[in-house]
Design a protein around this ligand. Sequence first.
Ligand code: HSE
Length: 334
Amino acid sequence: MKKIKIAFLGHGNVGGGSCEILSENMELISKRIDKEIIVSHILVSNMDKPRKWPTLGAKLTDSFEEILNSDVEIVVEALGGIEPAASYMEKALKSGKHVVTANKAALAAKYPVLMAAAKDSGVSLLFEASVGGGIPALSAILGNLRGNRFFEVSGILNGTTNYILTKLGNERLAYEDVLKRAQELCFAEADPTADVEGIDAANKLSILISLCFDKYVHPEDIPRKGISDITLDDIEAAKSQGKKIKLLGTARVKESFELTDAPKSANNSLEIDYFVEPVAIDETHPLFNVDNEYNGILIRGDAVEDVMMYGKGAGPLPTGSAVVGDILKIAENL
Ligand code: HSE
């Protein structure tokens, strides 16, 4: 059986969760793709730290250069943050290695550069885990939805804030306590400001805009409002009207029309509006019942009309599920 060597950059919640899945399901995976995945290196910042997740016999190293100069074919970037993650990915792509990442911040900030590096080197850059955790939304957009002109993509894109809003609404717990719980469950970013201020959702929306509308919008250019100003009174007031407050990331073409009357000119030249903001939605809204760390992504296409995808948007194993799926997609074709 052909062996495919891969390396992880980072062994925290995302890298570790992915290693856990590989460790648990390796036999099944090898049978499915008829190849053996060898985790050859794992880049860690502290070599002496006890490891929470399986290392699969990999060599731990604190040198990215060692991985770059090795014979690994796939680099899995799971460091988080923009730098050095983006530079490492660019270097790996330029040296002919395929890259899988869950890193929405690095990807959204450097999307054009990273895509160009992948294209120039003729390698894959896959990032399913960067939006919607375990939901295979990007594979759907780039796969069987690809024949559509898209008019809107809107979703609950951040698990931490959805968890906080759900718990505040249902259990009237203190904001800080719920945030702490979300951190303990490994939903939150290293700096949870990115979650509660809508920065993480804006990163994900930027990626969705690139895929659905073929245009790049830097996440800092997406108007955003987070949930840190939302009070229990706001949540109660919404509840008394049968509504829930959800943090939505939305991009839609400015022109309004019924799907059946949609202009047939290339919609990708149409202007789009985009924003991240808390919205009070009622039970008729398809995202009304998306609670806790679940994410929901709604897409409107001219042919398919409305599609909604739902699943766990945060957490080591749901995110790892998407990472491992990307690794296997590449490995299968090598
Ligand atoms: N902090 C992110 C969230 C993790 O809560 O959605 C998954 O991207």
